[in-house]
Design a protein around this ligand. Structure first.
Ligand code: FES
Length: 171
């Protein structure tokens, strides 16, 4: 991490009372929101600040699927693989995103633009199958919609569409 990012971590940490390990999860939530993953430096800083061990914090993070210990793409795509969304075809939807992005679930593109993940139930079964783009949830997804959903995604200087060969349904 560069100096500015280290300072940002210290600033966020400063919002939480020192010596209270129970606040670590909320701190990591803020870090995850900002970086889309939890850098090792944030774990070490939290261990010092909250007065707990690095190992216990790493355990906390590795058992919670909301946190990632690996750098994630700018856009994290999560496909709900819960029972209800599964019955609606979420496995096919996940495969379609994987094919378009060249990723398997849990992977990130080498340019760190996109990550693909499977997700537990998102708590929106009535509108399933559901897919999340970062924090935005899209319901009523179907196989065949992924290319259209990805339209306009990617960095401005490196849009995704050329990589897809323009396979976008313009309906
Ligand atoms: S199973 Fe997908 S939101 Fe519940």
């Amino acid at each position: 991490m560069d100096r500015e990012e280290s300072k940002r971590i210290a600033d966020i940490l400063g919002e939480f009372r020192a010596g209270e390990p129970g606040l670590a999860q909320a701190f990591f939530g803020r870090v995850q929101d900002e970086w889309n993953w939890i850098p090792d430096e944030a774990i070490q800083a939290a261990a010092d600040h909250f007065g707990t061990s690095y190992f216990s914090l790493q355990q906390l993070l590795s058992f919670n699927p909301s946190f990632s210990l690996e750098p994630q793409g700018r856009l994290v795509i999560q496909v709900c693989r819960g029972l209800s969304c599964g019955q609606g075809g979420s496995a096919d939807i996940a495969s379609e995103y994987g094919r378009l992005l060249g990723l398997r679930p849990g992977e990130t593109t080498p340019d760190h633009q996109f990550s693909l993940r499977n997700s537990f139930c998102m708590g929106r079964c009535a509108t399933g199958p559901n897919v999340k783009f970062n924090k935005t949830c899209f319901g009523n997804q179907e196989p065949g919609m992924a290319a259209k959903m990805l339209q306009g995604q990617g960095s401005p200087d490196q849009p995704l569409l050329p990589k897809l060969g323009g396979e976008v349904d313009k309906r």
